[in-house]
Design a protein around this ligand. Structure first.
Ligand code: FMN
Length: 205
């Protein structure tokens, strides 16, 4: 049985396609494989921006932390504990100004933690969160998987890099693209995502 962590981050609430399809994947895996599901909606409880209390506190010995550092590190520790407990992580991200929502960036700023989620080996940085399966759903108004806008995809490629940096390298990507190109494009993007997700769920079962 798996423990699944679902992380959603779109500020568009019920309209969000990345949250919708990430939820479909998480619930689909749970109904096939059983196990438990933790839902972390980063827009309901947004992580704070990181501060010097967090940056200094996270590398200080726990006994030496100031009360402010203890509180700041507690936030990050909670997110990292959720990640460590998960066998399967499902992440939803809707493009904002060519990148990821700031809520999700703030979450990565907390979970990308030296000597906790990544270390430095003889050959450079080494991710420490290994052996987990990740499903990444990215939505965007334009099309970035190919064509003229591909060089400006600072969402999916960046997320793949961030995930890989902390050891999460086994990633299936579902793109929901072209959502501002009119109703036909939206319907096609939704149909594509549904087909991709159905195939991924069959593979997961
Ligand atoms: C504030 C804002 C900024 C956006 N910026 C971009 C952008 O830079 N490029 C783009 O292709 N789409 C952009 N979009 C469109 C969203 O990426 C699109 O609506 C996508 O479906 C959002 O993901 P979601 O459905 O999960 O909320 C933006 C939307 C909003 C609300």
């Amino acid at each position: 049985m798996s423990h699944i962590l679902l992380v959603t981050s779109s500020p568009r609430g019920a309209e969000s396609l990345s949250s919708r399809f990430a939820t479909d994947i998480a619930e689909g895996i749970q109904s096939r494989l059983g196990g438990s599901l933790t839902v972390r909606d980063l827009t309901v409880n947004p992580p704070p921006h990181i501060t010097s209390a967090y940056i200094e506190g996270r590398t200080a010995s726990p006994d030496d932390r100031t009360p402010e550092q203890v509180e700041a590190v507690k936030v990050a520790q909670h997110f990292v504990d959720e990640l460590k407990a998960a066998d399967v992580i499902v992440l939803g991200s809707g493009m904002i100004n060519f990148g990821l929502p700031t809520q999700l960036k703030a979450w990565f700023d907390h979970v990308t933690w030296p000597r906790v989620t990544f270390g430095y080996g003889d050959t450079g940085p080494k991710g420490l969160l290994t052996g987990k399966k990740v499903y990444l759903v990215t939505a965007s108004g334009g099309v970035f998987s190919e064509g003229a806008w591909a060089p400006f995809d600072f969402q999916t490629n960046y997320l793949l890099h961030l995930l890989g940096f902390i050891g999460l390298t086994d990633v299936e990507v579902v793109r929901v693209e072209g959502t501002v190109l009119g109703p036909d494009a939206v319907n096609a993007a939704i149909a594509d995502a549904e087909t991709t997700i159905a195939a991924l769920l069959t593979k997961a079962a």
